[in-house]
Every structure is written in C-alpha cells, then in structure tokens.
Design a protein. Structure first.
Length: 84
C-alpha cells in the first residue's frame, strides 16, 4: 500500500505526489480521524475532519485537515493506492 499527500505546505495541489510505502490506514467515521501507519507501527500522517471522497478498485482519496500548529490547521487530501 502507498499513500501520498495531494497538497503541499502552502495548501497548493500537487498533481503528481510522491508516494510513500505504508502498512495501513485507519479511519474512524464517528470522530473523523484518519491515520497512516508504517510497517513498524509508527504514525506517518494524521488527518482530522476526514471523509472518504471516493473509492475505486485501486485505491481511495480522503480529504480533511491536518494540524500544523497548536491552533492552526490546513486543508489536506490523501491518495491511497493499493498494490496488487
């Protein structure tokens, strides 16, 4: 499985994101929290106010916000690609 952030630090869309290997994605619809994990169980990225934008056979897109400071957030979108 691979994931890539679709927006940079300035909030600008990245048309061809760098895909990073990941071991899993967790998503809690009740809390709106999504997390991406590496093979060692380390947290690679976290998103709040997350929602699934679309799902297809090869992966999915999630949208929400990520925290960049104590009281500062920015829009974020992830592309999750399934290998197989």
């Amino acid at each position: 499985m691979q994931f890539g952030k679709l927006m940079n630090k300035q909030g600008v869309h990245i048309p061809y994101p760098e895909l990073i290997a990941c071991d899993g994605v967790t998503y809690n619809n009740a809390t709106g929290t999504a997390m991406v994990w590496d093979a060692d169980g380390g947290l690679l990225a976290e998103m709040t106010c997350a929602r699934v934008a679309w799902i297809e056979a090869g992966g999915m897109r999630m949208e929400g916000v990520e925290q960049v400071g104590p009281n500062e957030f920015r829009a974020m979108a992830w592309q999750i690609k399934l290998e197989g």
